[in-house]
Structure formats: C-alpha cells, structure tokens
Design a protein around this ligand. Sequence first.
Ligand SMILES: [Fe+2]
Ligand SMILES: [Fe+2]
Length: 263
Amino acid sequence: MTRIVHISDLHFGTEQPVLVTALESQIHALAPDLVAVSGDLTQRARPRELAAAAAFIGRLPQPVLTVPGNHDIPGVTPARFVDPWRGWLRHFPGGLEPEVEGPGFLAVGANSVRVGGPYLDWSRGRLGESQIARLATRLDRSGAGLRILVAHHPLLLTAAGAHRRLVGRGALALARLRQTGLDLALGGHVHLGYAGVAGGVVVAHAGSGVSSRLVGELNGFNLITGDPDVLSVEHWRWQGSAYAPDGAVGFQRGEDGWLSCGV
Ligand SMILES: [Fe+2]
Ligand SMILES: [Fe+2]
C-alpha cells in the first residue's frame, strides 16, 4: 500500500507558527512514501515567503513533490510578465512540473497557473492541450503502479466550492490522462478538503495546511493510502492542539474507472 500525505495552500506569509510545527512533526510521525504539495505555498511570492516555504519543505520526510499555485507568482507588477517564475525556481530547483517515482507509484506534477488571460480573475488555472499530451506521455509507463497527478487548480468541486471554477480543460485532461492510467489527482486552491470521482479518476483536494486564510473549514491535510485497486482518502483537521482524522472516503477500481464506495 502506498501512503501519501497531501498538503496544500500553506500560504507562508499568513502561516500560523504553532500549526507549522505541528504539521511538520505529524507528517514525520505518519512516515509517508510521498508528500505531495499542491500549490499556494506562499501568500504573495515574496522572497522571504518562498524561503520559509522551501525551508519547511526541506524539513519534511522525502520525497516531496511540490507544484506551484496562483499565489506563487508576483501580483500585477512587471515581474509577473517579465519573469514570473524566477523566485520559485530559485527556491524550488525541481522546477514547475517535477516527478517522483517510488515503490508502487508514479507521481507527476502539472503547473496549472497562468500569468493572465482575457478575463478578470487571473487566479484561475488552466491546462494546455500540449501540456496534457506531455503529461499523458509521462504517465504512460508500464509497471508504474498507482499513477498520480498533482496540480493546484480544481478538477472537481463540491457544493461548498461551487462559486469557484474548475481548471480550464480539466475534463479533457481527465479523459486523456485516464486513458494512460491516471488513478488519482491531487489539488488545492479552494481551501476545502474533499474527495470524489471525476471522469473515472479519484480527485482529492486538501484544505489549507497552516494558513490563517480559511473559508469556513479548519486547517487540514489528507492522508491517502492505496494501490491500483483500492484507495482511501482520510481528511485530517486541526483540533486546537493537534491534527487528527476527521472523516474518510473509500474508492475501488471498477471496470470503467474508479468508484466511490463510501467510508
Ligand atoms: Fe490558496
Ligand atoms: Fe490558489
């Protein structure tokens, strides 16, 4: 069974120090095979925020797969358009779309952040057609075991997050990547922890790990265990003095993709 800790939306710059310390020690105690970090590591992509986030990631049990979120590039300044990823790449030399292969799993990162577009909300994310094709090639590896995609913007929304938008070309990405064996997609952005099935793929979102930027849900993270036939997503939430399990969802592989099977 592969064991993954999935954290998101740390938003260093608005972090709560007590939670940072608790999350770090809790992740070590859980001894995962992989830590997946699905973006928004900082609040404003300031150098000190990126440095604090990178230091935190460096203290976690390895391997850690980290992708950026919309908060990890500068705001509307010249730097956003000239060299948006300079700060990120200085602190995260693994790049924008890293990959980790371990015993029983293959995890690939996707950068869903866009610098801008012909719309007002530049926090929206999008995947490109050529980007999806590249991701499909990377996932299409025989003997890979559990195949995992990590991207910041949502491939699935619940009623509580219905005012947000799904990542652009998300349905295309799920359809194409399902063909190459994608089992599990991990995301953040909405600061809510939930899991379900979209396009035959298990999609899990983690709440905000340590930030004070909350939207009505406690800070938390996901503990995911499974293999290519069965998956469990356990939501852990901050209980005032420690993180503790607070509900779980189970999934099993069906003939045409993954199916929810309750708790
Ligand atoms: Fe966020
Ligand atoms: Fe975000």
